[in-house]
Design a protein around this ligand. Structure first.
Ligand SMILES: [Zn+2]
Length: 252
């Protein structure tokens, strides 16, 4: 829950009303980038000794908890804030500081599994995902893994992992299959399911997960295909293509 009274992210003292002024908040900027902004009751730290109240800093916060500085110094030491998060305790900004910007928490990690992958300069790159409360405490942490390849020019390209691709594709198949069994006569459900069997991959498409899923579906769910064939009428052109494809008459 949001706190009634926010606490300063630098010294944890209560924040107090400063003045009302028109600013362009993050929300204003997203909704209407060229708009006039909105009037906000700005708050400041009630502790005069606080870093945020120093002449060169003068940090103030809007009603979302986003910060603004009115000081003379160009750069504000955000690392001086508790948890490197300049969102006040109790605000949406503190929560999103962790969840979106990952302030003060681990952002990413690398994981290299086997030497063969290293030869191809492939690594697994993980991005941490967080759920936090309004005080910026982490409630839940997970890692989203991505496959990474370093190109000759040094650029890093991210790929979803093969495992992720396979799961996605099979999930799609099982959902279409369930849908077909619920409504075997529906032409939409038939067409959607047939796509998994046809799987006429274009020549350029040599991706392992596509081949694997095609093999999986055709090996373990051939009975489903027979039912589909029966439901669609054996002589429908689409079914004939699929039959040829399964027999290997057509190349991928
Ligand atoms: Zn303070």
């Amino acid at each position: 829950m949001e706190r009634e009274v926010w606490l300063c992210p630098f010294c944890k003292t209560e924040l107090e009303y400063w003045e009302t002024m028109v600013v362009e908040t993050l929300v204003d900027h997203v909704c209407d980038p060229n708009g006039p902004g909105s009037a906000q009751s700005m708050v400041k730290c009630s502790n005069p000794e606080c870093y945020s109240n120093q002449e060169e800093v003068q940090m103030r916060w809007d009603t979302y908890g986003d910060s603004y500085t009115f000081g003379t110094k160009y750069e504000v030491r955000e690392d001086k804030a508790i948890g490197k998060n300049v969102g006040p305790f109790g605000s949406v900004a503190r929560k999103s500081g962790v969840e979106i910007y990952r302030n003060g928490v681990k952002k990413e990690t690398w994981f290299k599994i086997n030497p063969c992958w290293l030869t191809f300069n492939l690594g697994i790159f993980g991005e941490y995902q967080y759920q936090a409360d309004y005080d910026g405490n982490v409630l839940k942490k997970s890692i989203k893994w991505k496959r990474v390849k370093k190109e000759k020019d040094g650029a890093i390209i991210l790929y979803p992992t093969i495992f992720h691709d396979i799961c996605q594709k099979l999930k799609w198949f099982y959902s279409d299959r369930r849908y077909f069994f619920k409504d075997p006569k529906g032409s939409f459900s038939q067409d959607e399911l047939l796509k998994h069997y046809e799987a006429k991959l274009p020549e350029w498409d040599t991706r392992f997960y596509r081949k694997f899923c095609k093999w999986w579906v055709n090996t373990f769910y051939i009975k489903t295909f027979r039912k589909l064939q029966f439901a669609m009428g054996k002589h429908s052109i689409a079914v004939q293509w699929a039959v040829d494809d399964l027999k290997g008459k057509k190349s991928n």
